[in-house]
Design a protein around this ligand. Structure first.
Ligand code: ZN
Length: 85
């Protein structure tokens, strides 16, 4: 499931200053999680030299059911295959 298929809630951006590399922003996009009881947050760190992306699942149901998939074709939630971790 692509994050873009989830219900969009809001987008915020935070200004950051990283010592030695300059200024950047962290863009946070919030979506409703697949079951609708919580949220999925895509945190995109655009600080120069970092460029990291993280998907955070704020829902107990969905955290058990899905895991982040950082595919080059876009951020996704991957259904876990039932292997106990
Ligand atoms: Zn959920």
């Amino acid at each position: 499931m692509r994050l873009s298929e989830l219900k969009f809630i809001e987008e915020t951006s935070m200004h950051t200053v990283a010592y030695g590399v300059g200024e950047g922003t962290i863009e946070t996009t919030e979506y409703e999680c697949p079951c609708g009881k919580g949220r999925v947050v895509d945190e995109d760190d655009k600080t120069p030299g970092y460029r990291e992306s993280a998907i955070l699942i704020y829902c107990d149901n969905c955290r058990e059911k899905y895991e982040p998939d950082y595919s080059i074709h876009g951020l996704k939630l991957k259904e876990q295959t039932g292997e106990p971790s």
